[in-house]
Design a binder for this molecule. Structure first.
Ligand code: ZN
Ligand code: ZN
Length: 130
């Protein structure tokens, strides 16, 4: 039987502590990896329903375009996006939900980041099922 000296005992106990720490760290890393693997699926499902801030480009291009004329439309018709009155021959877009009209380019710009009327905040088009 070999008698351990005080120095050897310190060495052995510190080695044991080191190995115990290493096992603990590996367990932590393994748990982290498992959690990380779960995360992408959870994040992906959260991003699927975020398209209600922007009007569907297909819907946008289907909105009716008109050419303003003071004979056919009310006078001093003002675009609520740029706050400028329609001039003879200006192209405008009519929102089918609330019948408000805006310059075509103003409406396009607005509806690129919104899905509601800039004037009355009504939904531009009622959601079609399917
Ligand atoms: Zn405008
Ligand atoms: Zn409106």
């Amino acid at each position: 039987m070999t008698q351990l000296t005080f120095g050897e005992m310190i060495l052995v106990s510190s080695c044991t502590t080191f190995i115990a720490c290493l096992i603990f760290l590996i367990c932590c890393c393994y748990r982290c990896l498992l959690l990380c693997q779960d995360r992408p699926a959870w994040g992906a499902s959260a991003t699927t329903s975020s398209n209600d801030h922007r009007l569907d480009p297909q819907v946008l291009s289907s909105l009716p375009i008109f050419v303003y004329s003071s004979m056919a439309h009310e006078e001093n018709l003002e675009c609520a996006v740029c706050l400028t009155e329609f001039k003879e021959g200006d192209k405008g877009r009519l929102l089918p939900g609330c019948y408000h009209s805006f310059h075509a380019e103003c409406a396009d710009m607005w509806l690129n980041s919104h899905s509601t009327c800039p004037l009355c905040r009504a939904t531009v088009v009622s959601e079609t099922p399917g």
